[in-house]
Design a protein around this ligand. Sequence first.
Ligand SMILES: Nc1nc2c(c(=O)[nH]1)N[C@H]1C(S)=C(S)[C@@H](COP(=O)(O)OP(=O)(O)OC[C@H]3O[C@@H](n4cnc5c(=O)[nH]c(N)nc54)[C@H](O)[C@@H]3O)O[C@H]1N2
Ligand SMILES: Nc1nc2c(c(=O)[nH]1)N[C@H]1C(S)=C(S)[C@@H](COP(=O)(O)OP(=O)(O)OC[C@H]3O[C@@H](n4cnc5c(=O)[nH]c(N)nc54)[C@H](O)[C@@H]3O)O[C@H]1N2
Ligand code: SF4
Ligand SMILES: [Mo]
Length: 726
Amino acid sequence: MVVEQSFCRFCHAFCGIEVTVEEGRPVKVVGDTANPMYEGFSCKKGRSLPEQHLHPDRLLQSMRRTDSGFEPVPRAHAIEDIAARVTELIDTHGPRSIAMYTGTFSFHYPSGAEMAKAFMKAIGSPMRFSSGAIDQPGKGIARALHGTWNGGPQPFDEADSWILVGANPTISMWGGIPQYNPAKRLREARQRGMKLIVIDPRVTEAARVADIHLQCRPGEDPTILAGLLRVMITEGLVDDDFVATHVNGFDALAEAVEPFTPDYVERRAEVGADELVAAARMFASGRVGSVTAGTGPNMAPRGTLTEYLVAAIQTVCGRWLREGEALPNPYVLLPERVARAQADPPVPAHGYGEQLRIRGLGDNAGGMPTAALAEEILLEGDGQVRALFTVGGNPVAAWPDQLVAIEAMEALELHTTLDIKMSATAKLCDYVIAPKLSLEVAGTTMPNEGIWGYGAATTGYPAPYAQYAPAIIEPPEGSEVVEEWQFFYRLAARMGLQLRFSGVDLDMDLEPTAEELLDIMMRNSRVPLDEVRQHRHGAMFPEPDARVGPPEPNWPHRLEVGHPMMIDELSQVAAEPVTQHGGYSADERFSHRLVSRRLPDVYNSSGHDIAGLVAKWRYNPAFMNPKDMTGCGFEAGTIIEIDSGHATILGIVEPAEDIKVGVISMAHGFGDVPKYDGDVRRMGSNTGRLSDVESTGDPISGIPWMSAIPVNVRLSDETYALSSMR
Ligand SMILES: Nc1nc2c(c(=O)[nH]1)N[C@H]1C(S)=C(S)[C@@H](COP(=O)(O)OP(=O)(O)OC[C@H]3O[C@@H](n4cnc5c(=O)[nH]c(N)nc54)[C@H](O)[C@@H]3O)O[C@H]1N2
Ligand SMILES: Nc1nc2c(c(=O)[nH]1)N[C@H]1C(S)=C(S)[C@@H](COP(=O)(O)OP(=O)(O)OC[C@H]3O[C@@H](n4cnc5c(=O)[nH]c(N)nc54)[C@H](O)[C@@H]3O)O[C@H]1N2
Ligand code: SF4
Ligand SMILES: [Mo]
């Protein structure tokens, strides 16, 4: 028995862990108390890594679809066939007929993502899509329109005031506050006296400890944020010096938020006028702090505008690091971050790069529009996508407008996925390549440095921390599994392609090692990777002199808070009629709004097959306020139909006092193709099916309404109820 240090890659938080290994098998995982960033924190998902690695359904062999079902295929045969078919498609239809979708688990295995990118570049296809574009694409677009403060956001550790807009970091471990043992950080911040404001239709774990919780109507975030800005501006709470020196468009912004009086916001978004004013004063009268919006408001209508207003609040309050202030993280495994007290100007947000044939969408600052990829696969004619590679993603479970996604999966001439199990998507693929799992793969925490600046405020490590973990176990005996990068390297070699990986031409006759690839990717790191390799518990690599430098002489650029496109959209919001259901959809046909959320013990569509993680629910409950349930005639466990007018799914009602009346809160990533709908008690149902990419898609990012979706609810007919009792 040995105990090895590593870091968990079940989710993107990368907690430092200790793994007990017996006879080459992982038997126990606990948080590593000697890890200086996480200090022993771990969650149930991480502690079930042994079950995940040894799961009976884990793919240990690659699979090929045949007329009579799937059969194991030697990997070399799979690669040979895929190489031949991709080559033929390129010869006949051009490189654009080949697309790549890198999902969640590309973050965890950066060599895989980098090699997949190198492969696409080598074949000359620009059709690279990722889950980021159906997550919070408005963040990148808003940043492009607003510009970026080069000095970076202020540190959470010193914050006196903080706003979370539809983000729940202590459960999601994703942004809003530094997501590395976030519950402890939040507790400490509260003890220090930091004021917390939460804007969320649910009394989230964060809202429970907030000073002010604006339990809003979903989808009204632009209204609320504009309302906050109006109070800050009219009461003179903005940072005039910062605005005068570094900001353009302030007058346009001030004028655009004028209609959003506290009374108007109350009527429209159902947050008390007095509370709104108090929240604006609480935040703006502080000195250090940030605002972050999470997936909820980003997936609701007008996600880009929401992100833009978040950035505008940061900027008019001057919540950015100034010259001479300490730089919390000058990076460790990335090249040293040199920061200046100056604005990086706005850049084009769209209208460049590869264009799709769908709704005028194309490449943009939120990434290629994944929400339109299914239609791009289905639309015949020149440029049609005919083959897809999916890497650590699950389109059938995760893409909005599920029925269109499924149709697209079925239409593909060749679909290869790299997945650890026969996911809902894998079952529709031609090939499923079996990958290694995290404890079998060397890795570093570099990806969590790389997300710095994702959104207006804090993401990424708040201190110069890094960890390297070697592969600590071998894959199970008799398995034939590869790292994702190996698959793409071998495919390229087979196709006679030359790959350029992270700026370095690879020798295509001699396969690199995993460690060599890490060395390449981190060759310009501030701290040599070899030094980080010495610290098996992870370590801090401080640079006491790292400070925000002065602006370059005569630096002409400024941040932009009055971008015409955003000001125009805000005026459209102000012009909307306010109805019983708020303003963004005057449609009174719908009684409820369905909002997104995360469940603590599963991760998107992962973990649903691990008994300890689904002991409470094997499905995604439709959480509703008990008062609302009574009004609708529902009881706990009732199977209901949730109808968005575009599609209908089943839900199992679960009473929850923390949900606002008129709101249904449900996690995504559950369910399968429609023929399994009746198994709702066993596998839940797919909320993505309710989204309508065609009529609610954002004009730039293409992301449709995936939260705050107008829906009707009713008792389901008996057949469904009965079939699910089995
Ligand atoms: N309605 C609705 N839709 C949503 C969301 C929502 O809130 N509401 N959220 C959106 C968001 S934020 C995101 S990021 C996307 C996620 O979109 P995806 O990334 O496409 O979906 P996941 O369910 O995370 O799929 C991960 C897949 O990777 C596999 N996997 C697990 N571990 C490994 C591994 O070690 N290696 C490899 N190769 N594969 C592995 C899993 O089995 C699973 O099939 O979904 C989006 N969709
Ligand atoms: N345990 C677990 N952790 C995860 C995941 C998981 O599935 N499980 N998924 C991972 C992924 S891919 C991501 S991107 C991150 C996301 O991380 P977060 O963005 O923090 O996601 P959530 O926890 O869903 O929090 C979103 C919140 O938005 C609220 N909300 C919904 N609609 C609206 C709205 O219209 N307005 C407002 N103001 N609020 C709204 C919801 O009630 C919810 O509390 O989490 C990651 N971490
Ligand atoms: S929060 Fe849980 S799943 Fe995520 S890295 Fe940490 S232990 Fe793993
Ligand atoms: Mo995500």
